[in-house]
Design a protein around this ligand. Structure first.
Ligand SMILES: Nc1nc2c(ncn2[C@@H]2O[C@H](COP(=O)(O)OP(=O)(O)O)[C@@H](O)[C@H]2O)c(=O)[nH]1
Ligand SMILES: [Mg+2]
Ligand SMILES: [Zn+2]
Length: 305
């Protein structure tokens, strides 16, 4: 008997595959998969859509992996594309920030957005702890929210104390596969717990990243939401750093630079010191936000070569 489903968890040998209706099958993969797909260490990734055959004992053997919409790499900082897949088929990555404690970090936000763009993972921004915003902070958050919306990213302003804002969040997660990324303390776990108390995640938990250097396994897991859809739960997500992008490619991942870069004199312009630069011109005309341009320059400087 052949079935179709989605890999929601993996231990390396066994893959949990959820089929429509929620039933879960424990599946293995045939050895030949590993040989054929040498370029990846995990031929089947969490998030993959697969076909499998059911054995007499109720376990399954995966027979086919469907093409991936996108994927988030593991340890993107040093890895090249296609090496290790943390999770596949993500509908949206939400960069979570907070108004205060810790305060909103646009540099961090822009780094994550660039990585999402590079991997074709649709991104959005959640600004949490809105209840902590005084009048001045609220004005600033409003400005930031408008900036990112104008770049095409959905922006949600949330507080665990504001049910209306949580309803909007749920609406955005419903039926989708979403991942929350962001610095610790911004409220990622708290948000997930209030929208789905059954998740029962630990707030303020120091996760296993502190074990850096040790060889810790960082398999992702898809956690089903009551509202439908999945949240990606993974300790490795913080490694979702900047990919190995060519300096001259970086501006492709800043939506507001895509058009202006067409006007650069040099095909490999980095929009930093070159003459006749379309991006620099757009910046001088006020068409590119100074903070975003600063982020661009910071990321540019951090790239090798
Ligand atoms: N005032 C306020 N505090 C929040 C909010 N969301 C989370 N917190 C608090 O922020 C702290 C860190 O939350 P946590 O969910 O562990 O953050 P994470 O590291 O991003 O998962 C906890 O003390 C939460 O109670 C919010 O919307 N408003
Ligand atoms: Mg947490
Ligand atoms: Zn240029």
């Amino acid at each position: 008997m052949s079935k179709s489903g989605r890999v929601i968890q993996s231990t390396g040998k066994w893959y949990k595959v959820a089929v429509e209706g929620g039933k879960i099958f424990e599946c293995t993969i045939p050895g030949k998969f590993r040989l054929e797909k040498k370029e990846v260490t995990n031929p089947v990734a969490v998030g993959d859509m697969v076909d499998f055959n059911v054995n007499d004992d109720g376990t399954g053997i995966i027979s086919e992996i469907k093409g991936r919409e996108n994927y988030i790499p593991r340890q993107a900082t040093h890895g090249k594309r296609g090496e290790q897949i943390l999770v596949a088929n993500v509908d949206r990555a939400w960069v979570v920030q907070s108004v205060k404690e810790p305060k909103l970090n646009t540099g961090f936000t822009d780094r994550f957005l660039v990585t999402c763009e590079a991997y074709e993972v649709p991104a959005g921004l959640v600004i949490n702890k809105m209840d902590l915003a005084n009048k001045k902070a609220a004005g600033f958050i409003e400005m930031i929210s408008e900036l990112y919306r104008s770049l095409g990213y959905p922006v949600l302003n949330t507080s665990i104390k504001d049910d209306d804002s949580l309803a909007v969040l749920i609406k955005n997660l419903k039926g989708k596969t979403s991942v929350f990324i962001g610095p610790s303390g911004v409220g990622k776990t708290s948000l997930l717990n209030v929208i789905d108390p059954e998740l029962n995640l630990k707030v303020g938990e120091i996760s296993s990243y502190s074990q850096k250097g040790k060889h810790t396994t960082t398999f992702a897991r898809l956690v089903p939401l009551q509202a439908g859809g999945y949240i990606v739960d993974t300790p490795g997500i913080r490694e979702f750093g900047i990919v190995n992008i060519e300096k001259s490619e970086l501006s492709l991942f800043f939506p507001e630079m895509i058009e202006p870069r067409e006007n650069c004199k040099y095909y490999n312009c980095t929009h930093y010191h070159e003459p006749d630069c379309g991006v620099a011109e757009a910046y001088q005309q006020g068409k590119i936000d100074p903070g975003r341009y600063e982020s661009y320059l910071n990321i540019l400087e951090s790239l090798e070569g």
